[in-house]
Design a protein around this ligand. Sequence first.
Ligand code: PBG
Length: 324
Amino acid sequence: MNHATKMRRGRRTGAIRRLARRTTLTADDLILPLFAIGGTGKTENINAMPGVRRMSVDVLAKTCETLQSPAVMLFGVPPQKAKDSTGNYALREDGLVPEAIRAIKSARPELAVLTDLCLCGYTTHGHCGVLTASGEVDNDASVRLLGRVAAVHAAAGADMVAPSAMMDHQVDAVRSALDENNFTRTGIMSYAAKFASAFYGPFREAAGSNPGFGDRSGYQLPPENREEAVRDALLDEKEGADWLMVKPAMPYLDVLLDLSNATRLPVAAYQVSGEYSMIKSAAGCGRLDETDAFIEALTAMKRAGAAAIISYWAEEAIQTLKTV
Ligand code: PBG
């Protein structure tokens, strides 16, 4: 047995370990999700996500003035009474998301504004598309609607729209709708590999988007199947996506790695609400160190191939990175 190779030589000091690093998390990697509500001067806590707040558009814009993250991902949270069966509110040019885009862009023009593009927050039944008479999600009607919503976001100044409904050919429909309306500069970050996941639980409280009946397994991906996820994601590349995304992140690092190797497009990872709440809760009762845990989790996502990460800890992570 040859004992000449000593792995611990490379781990002996911090400086030596840093030199050999293959993965470095930086501020440039992070996208902060933001939830917009109506009213002015309003912030609301989200029980299931301690530390995350819904904010009225004016407060959001003010918050953006001092953000360190290079990008935000916007979600609109309209009141229940604004919802209907087809999510019409999502088409309003004076809706929460378009208003928030304009306010953020005037407060911080250089901040990249991405918008979640889905219907679940706007429909009374809480599904990600419109329904047929028999109560199934109507794929083609839904993607046409998503295309129109994308144009509304683009007109308000969104840099990228992020279709998350998991409808077939939604990227194609969104790209066509954008181009037909001369929004050729607006990008698409596709929620390409989005799994039917229990880890979205806290978000559904945050956004009030729980499906009223059934679940999302008729359109979101089955957790058991990596091949299907990569195949589905690569279709979005063919349809014209500029970015692909894997979501959730930590339970699906194998998919992230596989997809990153299968495409030359940048791939984002979404560290979702359940991943956030899980670590928060464990840290809250003293079972692990919150900062160490989220930095390790984010670093693992980068190692698995993420070019950017959507994280509720984006600001805290950047703050931490400055001090290490
Ligand atoms: C909209 C959407 C969801 C999330 C992002 N966009 C919820 C869902 O699909 O049910 C989840 C984000 C998170 O859990 O942090 N479809």
